[in-house]
Design a protein around this ligand. Structure first.
Ligand code: HEM
Ligand SMILES: N=C(Nc1cccc(CNC[C@@H]2CCCN2)c1)c1cccs1
Length: 346
């Protein structure tokens, strides 16, 4: 209850409501026996949760978050419909709009890591697709989903209501915007790479006061390094650096030629180039760091302490070329916030 008290106090102060309003609101909650946020309180809570997300470099735009109150939709079909609406709204033909959709915290679960993500398949001792998705893909197949054994098969949405068995839904392909990866100079078409346009995280919980919304999928746009320096580059993901090095005819016989670093830079140039060419929102890690510096300045001007998680805020490529690398961050966890849910070891 005291997390709720603190939240409503913050809401009252930041939206300049009176003390009388606060006393009245707390009385209502006492009488009702539980805190059920108004839509206005929920919208505010979601925006502050983003502002408090210590691992997020993109927080400058926290005020412009679009918040959809979907607490009234409690059947799997209705939830699927709301998720499709979120995907279409957020994608916006490439001009991505940051949004969050909030479902009933007691009844709705979404089992996907992200609303749009590629399947992973273990075939013999090789893996096709995204290795990160192998276990979730098996879960989908067990529910009756047809595996296609491709490297870029979009997984179904898996929705669970109460204790019913989870249901899977195929996302209409016209809702899925993807970007083929090309390069301004080198022939990246040969690698047949593509990535989906919109990152939409669906396995984190939105905490507002003492309420935990376990189904509150949120999206922004990508920072290029997420795709170019991690999803395509990690040996435990698509492991493309050796292939890019070959395309660029780099000398890979010794590490000291820094062939991995050259391949990494060209792969990240290709990602930024491709998204921009297709008119899909994306930010490079230098611009993102500059925007974050503006966020830090704004927060100080508003008299708020900026909190952050240094290890996540530094980009995975050329981190020391950003200001973030050269200063410490206070990693205090404020409320409201987005929290990682413990993985269900099923
Ligand atoms: C608008 C563009 C945005 C950009 C460019 C951006 C960028 C990022 C990046 C690069 C990360 C680190 C991800 C990783 O390394 O895996 C991150 C983390 C995070 N972002 Fe943002 N973000 C944006 C919008 C948002 C929005 C709209 C929300 C929520 C409303 C949000 C909440 C978070 C959270 C909670 C994390 C930590 C995730 C975790 O703990 O696993 N971000 N962001
Ligand atoms: N640009 C984004 N990236 C992002 C944000 C939060 C979480 C994630 C996924 N993080 C997990 C991955 C997988 C291992 C390390 N990173 C990506 C956004 C996703 C949703 C809103 S912004």
């Amino acid at each position: 209850m005291q997390k709720t008290m603190a939240f409503l106090q913050q809401f009252q102060q930041e939206t300049k409501l009176t003390e009388a309003w606060l006393r009245n609101r707390l009385q209502q909650i006492e009488q009702r026996g539980e805190f059920v946020p108004t839509t206005e309180e929920l919208v505010y809570g979601a925006k502050i949760a983003w502002r408090n997300s210590n691992k997020c470099i993109g927080r400058l735009f926290w005020r412009s978050l679009h918040v959809f109150d979907a607490r009234a939709y409690v059947t799997a079909d209705e939830v699927f419909e709301q998720l499709c609406a979120h995907i279409a709204f957020a994608t916006n033909r490439g001009k991505i709009r940051p949004a969050v959709t909030i479902f009933d915290e007691k009844r709705v679960r979404i089992l996907n890591h992200q609303l749009i993500r590629y399947a992973g398949y273990e075939v013999g001792d090789t893996i096709i697709g995204d290795p990160h998705s192998v276990s979730f893909t098996k879960q989908c197949v067990n529910l009756g989903w047809q595996p296609q054994y491709g490297a870029f098969d979009v997984l179904p949405l898996v929705i669970q209501i109460d204790d019913e068995s989870p249901k899977f839904y195929t996302i209409p392909h016209e809702l899925i915007l993807e970007v083929p990866i090309t390069h301004p100079v080198y022939n990246f078409e040969e690698l047949a790479l593509k990535w989906y346009a919109v990152p939409m995280i669906s396995d984190m919980a939105l905490e507002v006061g003492d309420i935990l919304y376990k189904a509150a999928p949120f999206n922004g746009w990508y920072m290029g390094t997420e795709i170019g320096a991690r999803n395509f580059a990690d040996t435990s993901r698509y492991n493309m650096l050796p292939v890019v090095a070959q395309l660029l005819a780099l000398d890979t016989t010794q590490q000291a030629t820094l062939w991995k670093d050259r391949a990494l830079v060209e792969l990240n140039i290709a990602v930024l180039h491709s998204f921009k060419q297709q008119g899909v929102s994306i930010v490079d890690h230098h611009t993102a760091a500059t925007q974050f510096a503006l966020f830090e300045q704004q927060e100080q001007e508003q008299g708020r302490d900026v909190t952050g998680n240094w290890t996540w805020l530094i980009p995975p490529m050329s981190p020391a070329t950003t200001h973030v690398f050269h200063q410490p961050y206070n990693n205090t966890i404020k409320n409201p916030n987005f929290l990682s849910l413990p993985k269900k070891t099923s």
